[in-house]
Design a protein around this ligand. Sequence first.
Ligand code: NI
Length: 394
Amino acid sequence: MRIVPEIAAEGEELVAWRRHLHEHPELAYEEVETARFVAEKLRAFGLDEVHEGLARTGVVGVIRGRGPGPAIGLRADMDALPIEERTNKPWASKIPGKMHACGHDGHTTMLLAAARHLARTRAFAGTVYVIFQPAEELYGGAAKMIEEGLFERFPMERVFGLHNWPDLPAGEFAMRAGPAMAAADRFTIRLEGLGCHGAMPHQGRDPVLAAAALVAALQMLVAREVDPIDSAVVSVTRIVAGETYNVIPDRAELWGTVRSFRSETRERLRRRLHEVAEGIAAAHRMTVSVSYERGYPTLVNSAEEVSLSAAVAAELVGPAKVHTDHPPCTGAEDFAFMLEKKPGSYIWLGQGGGAEGRVCHSPFYDFNDEVLVLGASYWVRLVEHVLPSDRQRG
Ligand code: NI
């Protein structure tokens, strides 16, 4: 076990930070107090530089090692979700309707703890950028940081990310080279027919029936147009139409999400979704409009960086607890934008609780404080491994 002993000795303090953040969740681009908490700590730890305000609330800390060498970025996310917490924990959210239900409070804490240790020991050659990004959930804070010059202001060769994983036992690691999380697009389809009396449907053109036919037809895209060995998801997640029992409305609206891993599949689904919507609409004599927004891209890990992460994780918990061919996940993650620009790895840290329903984005979710020291140690050992100083090389 190569848990960092100094970090283990500070375990209680890390729990206190994590619970403080948990009590005070802030949504995307509103992470003002969280960013202040992070920046104050980084300054107190003696980092070489602390930069605030990148992508509104993002924070980047700079830690220089003992000698010259390459630069790498370690990234944590800070935002919470619009969920009413139901854990009844003493440290439950104090803000109505907002909750750290994805463990970004834990991610922030682990990277802070690692930054403190790295600034204290500097047992590496090169530069470490600790990146605390806003708005991972839905609003692409990573993309905004890149747009605002993250990689120009802080040139780095590689980037690394980590997310807690309730479906994996606490203390295990999982990862995979190549596509690991899905591209996530969204669509809105508006159907317009002709409203009429519910008892005399032949006098109108019914958008409710057309919407129902369209929901079923869209599943054809996955069932019959995607290679069965590839994966994709099309989900209609919202349908709005009508007001009462005896009126056929004149319009219906469908919302949904499309997930895919390969760019050809993504493009084909986008094109065919339009065609199917137009075809079904024509059959039902509807006018139709489709708006389709591309969201987060597929998260693609590079093989070399995944093997670096695996080696470090194996030193921490033993190779039996490191799963290097974990199946991809159809969730999306905006660290994918950083991995489009730089080689790197995004790995999952097991924290348990999934079997009991304490999954990410559930009102019963809570980050497992037991893995704080392990996650922070992973960051430290990764830096020492990727940026070895002469003393370590010898
Ligand atoms: Ni998350």
